[in-house]
Design a protein around this ligand. Structure first.
Ligand SMILES: [Zn+2]
Length: 85
C-alpha cells in the first residue's frame, strides 16, 4: 500500500541548493514541480527564493558562480533564524 511518491519531496536544504537551477529553468519539470510544492508550505524557502530574485534583479542576471559567500552566509543565517521561530 506504500505510495511510491510519498518520499518524493524536497528538504529546505535541497531547495536552497536548487534555487539557482530553478531560476535558470534548468530543473527537470518533475523537480520544478516539487520545488514549487515546497514553496507553497515553506515561508522560509519562499523568502529565500525572493531574496535570490532580488539579487538577480540588482545584478541584472544570475551570478556566474554562486552568490558571494558573505551574502550566502547572511541569507542562510537569516533563514536559520526564521526556522527557529
Ligand atoms: Zn523550506
Amino acid at each position: 500500500m506504500a505510495d511510491p511518491t510519498a518520499h518524493d519531496h524536497l528538504t529546505c536544504q535541497e531547495v536552497v541548493e536548487l534555487v539557482t537551477d530553478y531560476l535558470e529553468s534548468a530543473l527537470p519539470a518533475e523537480q520544478a514541480v516539487l520545488f514549487e510544492q515546497h514553496l507553497n508550505f515553506c515561508d522560509g524557502c519562499e523568502w529565500y527564493l525572493d531574496q535570490m530574485r532580488r539579487t538577480i534583479a540588482t545584478v541584472g542576471r544570475l551570478p556566474e558562480e554562486d552568490v558571494p559567500p558573505e551574502t550566502r552566509d547572511a541569507l542562510l543565517a537569516a533563514f536559520r533564524d526564521w526556522r527557529k521561530r
